[in-house]
Design a binder for this molecule. Sequence first.
Ligand code: UDP
Length: 480
Amino acid sequence: MADVKNPNKHHKHHRLHALLIPYPFQGHVNPFVHLAIKLASQGITVTFVNTHYNHHQINSGDIFAGVRSESGLDIRYATVSDGLPLGFDRSLNHDQYQSALLHVFSAHVEELVESLVGEGVNVMIADTFFVWPSVVARKFGLVCVSFWTEAALVFSLYYHMDLLRIHGHFGAQETRRDLIDYIPGVEAINPKDTASYLQETDISSVVHQIIFKAFEDVKKVDFVLCNTIHQFESKTIHALNSKIPFYAIGPIIPFNLKTGSSVTTSLWSESDCTQWLNTKPAGSVLYISFGSYAHVTKKDLVEIAHGISLSKVNFVWVVRPDIVSSDETNPLPAGFESEAGDRGIVIPWCCQMTVLSHPSIGGFLTHCGWNSILESIWCEVPLLCFPLLTDQVTNRKLVVDDWKIGMNLCEDRGFVGRDEVKMSIGRLMRGESREGVRGAIGRVKMSLEGALKCSGSSGENLGLFVDGLVAKVGLSNGKA
Ligand code: UDP
């Protein structure tokens, strides 16, 4: 239903029509979907582009149909091939999938953009991980916006890869291990806390090629949006802003879930565990999930399972079907679930915000995906950190060392042992330090809430960004 109190609300920027193209992974699709809603609520026409494969996985037709009929927002929906057949196992064949995204995807996107320019598309908002946005946008005369779905700190480290190389912290035979203290706006950081790809010595992987090209391309875009808040990373954001218009507009999460948002984005079908959670005392359940992308070795998974059993904690564990590998169907130790009895449930996937916001949840054992961290802060659930790869390693530092809203699962990242897992679960759920963590997370949540207000930093940045878009579109139409 249209907003009757303010009928002009959705028509303020009627000239803007933005094409939103997420990197086709769950942790990118989710913030893009909610960015689409945010921008459409500002009166911008949005066309959201999903890949055929993700469209098929989400299995709910046009994912915005509910939002559109409830709110009257102008969000359109289109699909495009990622270059591979639907039946291709993208998890098992990760590198081929990434190669298709690197080499083939842009040709499909170009075809789609060409068919949509007639509908007045004048802005393209594409994921920073794509290697082609500035080229495609320029070809079709679109204003180019890059959306970075992770922390500004991680963006800055990739953005300054040349500095890391010059100083021998990246891409050298023997990389340096002392602190990195020369990245503008970034406090001295230990190399072990940088994104995993920046710590690897073999930098010839397909993901490295993507990162190298993507961070060349992002230097040519008109604006960067970032799913963070100014208060978290003000110095980093300030320094980036001297190079590129960089707007912190987070948190972009489904925080309005309880008030009835009807958009479903899950690539796996969700198990509903609300009934089960209702039977458990407040704050007694540990929620465990390692996100949508990372894999865990069978050895580590088995140690974690034993640690959970030994801890005797109540738990909901999301064990994604491909968590070890899609050809390892039953990776948990024999008898794990029967031993847990009514203490715990294992499910393949869930609506994470619904689970995190349930009062019985008292802790989150997480791989430290950026969305998971923002969602957990929003629900004020303390974190137990088990980073696996990519930005998760840096996110752990923010959570544990800087913001003190979580603890480490294991002190030595290379070694997971069941006794340590048991002890750290106990510390998180029942230990003395729990209260300090809970206090800190409450304060960080308040920063998130404050940022989202119209007069808050993200509210203001969103306004500035939209004004910037209007000016830029006007300019490129010669109507400034
Ligand atoms: N998620 C979910 N159900 C699950 C596990 C994860 O809905 O069982 C969602 C979660 O809410 C988050 C996203 O999937 O929005 C995962 O993103 P994140 O950045 O945390 O990790 P990634 O999957 O990118 O590693």
